[in-house]
Design a protein around this ligand. Sequence first.
Ligand code: ADP
Ligand code: MG
Ligand code: ZN
Length: 620
Amino acid sequence: MKFKKANNNKNNNDSHSRSLVKNIALILLLFFVMASVFSLFEDPNAKKVEDITLTELAVRISEEKVKEIVIEGDNLDIELKDGVKERSLKEKDTSLPETLRNLGVSEEKINKVNISVKRESEFSKLMGSLLPFLIPLLFLGLILWMMLGQAQKANVSAMSFGRSTARLLKPGEKKRRTTFKDVAGVKEAKEELEEIIDFLKNPKKFTDMGARVPRGVLLLGPPGCGKTLLAKAVAGEADVPFFNVSGSEFVEMFVGVGASRVRDLFKNAKKNAPSILFIDEIDAVGRHRGTGMGGGHDEREQTLNQILVEMDGFDTTTNVIVMAATNRPDVLDPALLRPGRFDRRIVLDNPDIGDREAILNIHIKSKPMAKNADIRRVAERTPGFSGADLANLVNEAAIKATRDGKKVVSQEDILASIEKVMLGPERKSHILSEKEKKIAAYHEAGHALVGHILPHCDPVQKVSIISRGKAAGYTLSLPIEDKHLHSRSEFVDDLAMFLGGYAAEKMVFNDLTTGASNDLERAAKLAHQLVTKFGMSEKLGPITFGNRTETIFLGKEFHEQRYSEKVAAEIDVEIEKFITDACQTAEKVLTENRGKLDKIAEALIKKETIEREEFEKLMG
Ligand code: ADP
Ligand code: MG
Ligand code: ZN
């Protein structure tokens, strides 16, 4: 897709520096011209005439070789009898004959030379006295002139500051255009947007029915689920001017710029109606006003106010649709969400297995794939991946294939890249000692065994003691199908699995290592959620205790953490109960299946990585 910058600040800067270079070149050129002009004044026939000293002149006169001397200022032009011309300088305040006499030339000889005085030329006299003043003056003038020019340009860019920086995609720009075909899944969102596009194309059809054209469409969804992509696809489909701007572009160093840019943007959009105006990442400006926390930001508030004003300012006939995208709908100002503004809300979700397959298929299109590539299987292995993760996955696989010198991307490349995307790159260089290897093996075996035995855990896909990213080893267990609901028994079993590594270390080595700290953290977080968010504690019952972790940053929710000290203590007790129960479950499973635990650990020490099939064979 080709965007044209309506007003390009960067370009301005470019031309700035370009003209500076031009100025300097100009000055250098002037310098050269001036220098050559001076050298011209200085000695017009320098090459032909030789300089001699006064003493030499005196000798020549004594030898009666000199025919004529012309005095011009202090210059002496000498002509010898044999026609040769020479040059010399006389002393400043004495006359030439006197000088010659002092040098011992006899009166008689001097009289024989034809001495004449020529008037100095007016021009060279004038130049001689003026130039010393003129040069610095000229120089100063030049510098001043340059500085003025710069200041003027700075002024101009300050004036264009308030203009919107939106990029405009004109209809008819067909090249590299994104369409709905490039967006997989998100079926409902596409349907909804198609309706909007229809509005833009045939507004009359709807207004005849008395329907009001929707004003704003808000795309909501987690990062990387394709909001920006979808908006671009709408631009490609609608075939109307599409203004694209990011929320952060409103915010500048100077207060008031954002509001002015909003005004400019809406003015442009209205001028080009029917048109679409897309504000990406609107949470950058659309936050709750007046919470005062997280740095009260006047500029942001003004910008938001201006957006609200502009959206109200559309009359019913204006055919401009405002789209916006955010992954933080919870922080948006309620005023943005009321009818007449962003009244259409389209929720995008991370893709399910079918959508993942479709997204993968879109992204492998441009890459040579091996015949054995089984995209369905990849989709099965990637629950929770966003569209962006999947795009990244395919790219990583292509990079890996290239690095390995292959011609096509194979299934193994993709599968190997899944873990890289999830956990970071393998750290094969990170060599464990025998002892550490044994501990890591038992730790991971503990996770895997508990996960295998407990009925509500997801099946184990892979166990490895090769460190990846921050993890020293990892046990991958993935659901067979996507899950949208999670039950209490699943959570309880998951908790036990988190603690399986800890319990195994304690049981086998009767000691603990730092390797379990991440597991403990995750367990504590999950237990906390069970009690305070999901209402899954028996004692406290179905109450949530508002405590969102981002609270302080957002300000508003900060005050929602309101429960008494007594309840806080009860929550702690309940969390502890979940954890100790889970720990006991894990220990029980491991003691009862000690033989299997040893088997897995041994296999891990030997092979470092066990895949699902092998693991299941081991378990019988
Ligand atoms: P966000 O929701 O954060 O704006 P983007 O729209 O920028 O996410 O998506 C990032 C990238 O992920 C896209 O450029 C695209 O390559 C890929 N992607 C995301 N969702 C999809 C999808 N539904 N179909 C195809 N590609 C997708
Ligand atoms: Mg985006
Ligand atoms: Zn662990």
